[in-house]
Each structure stands twice: as structure tokens, then as C-alpha cells.
Write a new protein. Structure first.
Lengths: 284, 177
């Protein structure tokens, strides 16, 4: 085993690189009406109709997810670029169709809150897409059959603390989306409908209709894989679930065609495994 | 960054080479288990790690979430690799010294909620919201990831489970004969 070699984030970078630029002068509300599959594959940002800026954002997200720059530097780089091309919040990009003047900080492409929101959302989506897709392999689905939706990032004002009816906390939203709580934990199989329901904009106005994290802007919540033994202990899955199919995989790895394995070969393999377990016990 | 782990499992896996037709699958399981362990550990530790932001009354920048999301894995038949390249983990292995990039002579450290997470250069903020230093020295902080012992224990547990799964599959096969 090697725990020393830092890897390039191939899957993450691939995810970022695969995003198609989609310059647009539309606002967030209009963008939310686009089909989810188009939004998923597109690199866009409300009221951003400059392809060169989108390309700059893509490169900045890549540097940020690669750990080369922090958020403060990402913001500064985007602001420097916007200044260099003459972006003005009142009129937009020179040479591009005018957009209505920015009335809020979030409509101003050059504001820190706006840039942070865009960089963070795109970076999280790229990392999450890579992580979640790696968790869908045959072995992974058996060893880690579930995800837990949990807090990953601290917030000064967590969701649900406003006391407003339209601001349910995550546990309430989870249950209303069809999820089950296990000892208070939001855990579900990786193929459970709750993962789509959590970000369904038809039910939740802030939903991003995303099959990866984040499910809403600015959330500190995300998914982490849960080991099979924990899923069984909590009653999320049965002990026998998926065992026959997993047997086929394991026996195939050991014998090629298990039907052709003789009793002698099976017994020998069994003894070798017992010896390996004994060696493992000695090494532990 | 990189971190070392006393590796006591590889010799055992080497001895099992003839037994395990698909060593890559075991490496994959090890990598995934340790990745989950590290993510879980950092997420559980996160509430204790926002002292600077809270002391200033600022919102955390999300730096730590990026670190959690950035723990990746890879495995093949030769090795299992956990990658934690986010700058948050730099202090796991050693002290970290931070210097300004030339031609700058000072680092600007935010000292207010307003300036927290915002670089002075290019911002409209007054320099009075920053403290200026020539360098920052940060001590090694091994506690940013699970200990070697805990990671080793997770690796052993995973390999043990993998071996038992195969044994049980063989036992069920024998019952059909």
C-alpha cells in the first residue's frame, strides 16, 4: 500500500472540463426553468454573457479544487479579470448585449459574495460528481451501500434556525422528501429516490435539481459513504441484501467459472484464506 | 501533502498473492474504507476548527469543506492510495512556514469579520482591517487526519472483512455440492 503519492484529481478535473460554456444574460429565476440535464452539463452563471469570463471561472475552479489557491485568491483573480475586461455592474461586459443593472451584491458579478458562491458551488459539484460516481462501482455498492447526508461545513446560521415555516431544517426536509431517519441520521441507499427529492425545485424553491452535491446553494451539508456494517447495524439494509450477487462476483474472481471448480480446489482455497486470516491476526 | 503510514498489511497481502485472484478489489476496498474514515474524521472535527472565524464574528470561508471534498482515493493491484492535496492537510506531516510572494514583503492577515476571507490586494477594504507580518509559522498538526494507529486498524478490519466475505462465499458454494 502506498499512502504517499498525491494524485492529480483526474475525475474532478474531467468533470470540470466537461462542462459546456453557456453564456447567458438570464437571471437565476429564468435559469432555474431550464431542464435539469442541460443545467448539469453547463458552465454558466446568471447574467454572465461573456464566454471568456466563464473560461476564466473554469480555470479558477480547477486551481481551487486542486488546492493551488484558496477562496480569497480565487475571488481576487476573478475580480482582476473582470476589471481587466472592463466589466461594470451597471452595464455588464463591453461588446456584449447589455444586461439590466445589478441591483444586489449577488447580481454584481464582481462582488465577493457572488464570486464565492459561483466558485464554491462549481467546485463542490465537480468534487461531488467524481466522488459519487466512484461510489457506484459493483464493489463499492456492496461495501458502502448507502450515503449519509450530514454536515460537512460549519455555518453561523444553520438552516432551520430562523423559525420560519418555509425554512425547515435538514432532518424535516429529509423526511418530507421521503427519507427515513436512523438514530437521527439521514442515511439512505445510493439508489434511493430521496437523493433527487431533496433538491427537487418543484417541491423546494431553493432546490438545484442536482444529482450531486450541493443540493442547494450555500449548504454546509453533503454526502459521505456509509460502511455496510454500519448500514446493517442501523437497520438501513438487511444482512443478506445483495449477498447472492456479491458471491457470484467473488467466486468468479477466485475460480473464473465456479461451476467448474472441484471440491478439492474449493477446499484448498478455503484453507489458504484461513491461513491468510491467521497471518493477518499475527500482523495486527 | 503526503503522510506516512507504517504498513504492516502489504506483507500479509503479498503472502496471500496466490490466494487472491483479484488483489485490486481488496486494495479498492481498503482505499474506500480509509477515504470514508478520513472524511468522517475531518467532518466530525470541523466544529472545533473555526476558532479564527468565530473569534472575529465572521462566517467560515468553507475552506474545511473543500478539504473534506478533496480527499480522494485510487487503487490498482499494486497499491491503494489516499490523496489529500488540499492545503488544509499540509500541517499533518510537518510545520508550515508561509512567506509573501516576491515582490511583496508582507502577508496581510485579516483581523476583522469584514476582511476575513478577503485578500487585501484588489479589494476596497482599508488596510486597517489587516495585520501585516513578514511570515507566519504554523506548527505541525497531526490531528487533522486520523492517527496512524486508527488508519492501520481500519485497514486491518477491511482486509479481515474481505477475507471473511470470500470464506463465506466458499462455504455457501460447498453447500451446493
Amino acid at each position: 500500500m502506498n499512502f504517499n503519492v498525491p494524485l492529480p484529481w483526474n475525475a474532478v478535473l474531467k468533470s470540470i472540463a466537461s462542462l459546456q460554456q453557456m453564456p447567458t444574460s438570464e437571471g437565476s429565476a429564468a435559469l432555474s426553468t431550464l431542464p435539469a440535464d442541460i443545467r448539469k452539463l453547463s458552465l454558466f452563471s446568471a447574467r454572465t454573457n461573456s464566454a471568456s469570463y466563464l473560461e476564466h471561472v473554469r480555470a479558477t475552479v480547477q486551481d481551487y479544487t486542486d488546492g493551488k489557491i484558496n477562496m480569497a485568491t480565487a475571488v481576487m483573480k476573478c475580480q482582476e479579470f473582470l476589471r481587466s475586461v472592463g466589466y461594470a455592474p451597471e452595464t455588464g461586459f463591453p461588446g456584449e448585449p447589455e444586461v439590466p443593472p445589478a441591483k444586489t451584491l449577488l447580481q454584481n458579478l464582481a462582488s465577493s459574495p457572488r464570486i464565492k458562491l459561483v466558485i464554491k458551488t462549481l467546485a463542490t459539484r465537480a468534487q461531488s460528481t467524481a466522488y459519487l460516481s466512484a461510489g457506484m462501482s459493483e464493489n463499492s455498492l456492496y461495501a458502502f451501500p448507502c450515503w449519509e447526508f450530514r454536515r460537512l461545513g460549519f455555518r453561523k446560521s444553520p438552516r432551520g434556525e430562523s423559525g420560519k415555516e418555509n425554512d425547515p431544517d435538514w432532518q424535516e426536509r429529509w423526511v418530507r422528501s421521503g427519507g427515513t431517519l436512523y438514530d437521527g441520521r439521514m442515511i439512505a441507499s445510493k439508489d434511493d429516490d430521496v437523493w433527487d427529492a431533496l433538491s427537487d425545485s418543484a417541491v423546494w424553491p431553493d432546490g438545484l435539481d442536482s444529482d450531486s452535491d450541493p443540493v442547494v446553494y450555500n449548504t454546509g451539508y453533503g454526502r459521505i459513504e456509509v460502511p455496510r456494517r454500519v448500514c446493517i447495524d442501523l437497520g438501513v439494509i438487511d444482512e443478506d441484501e445483495d449477498v447472492p450477487a456479491h458471491d457470484v462476483t467473488l467466486l468468479g474472481q477466485m475460480f473464473g467459472d465456479p461451476d467448474k471448480a472441484t471440491l478439492g480446489q474449493i477446499t484448498a482455497k478455503r484453507q489458504a484464506l484461513l491461513d491468510a486470516l491467521a497471518s493477518l491476526g499475527e500482523a495486527a | 501533502m503526503s503522510f506516512d503510514l507504517a504498513d504492516r498489511v502489504t506483507p500479509v497481502l503479498d503472502k496471500m498473492q496466490a490466494t487472491l485472484a483479484d488483489r485490486a478489489a481488496i486494495h479498492d476496498a481498503i482505499a474506500e474504507s480509509v477515504q470514508a474514515q478520513c472524511k468522517e474524521y475531518v467532518a466530525a472535527d470541523a466544529p472545533n476548527r473555526h476558532g479564527s472565524a468565530l473569534a472575529l464574528g465572521a462566517n467560515p470561508t468553507g475552506f474545511l469543506e473543500g478539504a473534506i471534498n478533496g480527499i480522494t482515493r485510487q487503487a490498482d493491484e499494486n497499491e491503494a492510495t489516499i490523496s489529500a492535496t488540499h492545503p488544509w492537510f499540509a500541517r499533518v506531516g510537518h510545520d508550515v512556514d508561509i512567506y509573501p510572494l516576491p515582490p511583496n514583503q508582507f502577508l496581510a492577515i485579516p483581523i476583522s469579520a469584514e476582511s476575513y476571507g478577503i485578500r487585501l490586494r484588489g479589494s476596497d477594504l482599508p488596510s486597517s482591517l489587516y495585520m501585516f507580518v513578514r511570515e507566519v509559522h504554523q506548527k505541525q498538526d497531526r490531528g487533522r487526519l486520523p492517527s496512524d494507529e486508527d488508519i492501520s486498524a481500519e485497514v486491518f478490519l477491511t482486509v479481515k472483512e474481505q477475507l471473511f466475505e470470500r470464506l463465506e462465499a466458499l462455504d455457501r458454494l460447498i453447500l451446493t455440492r
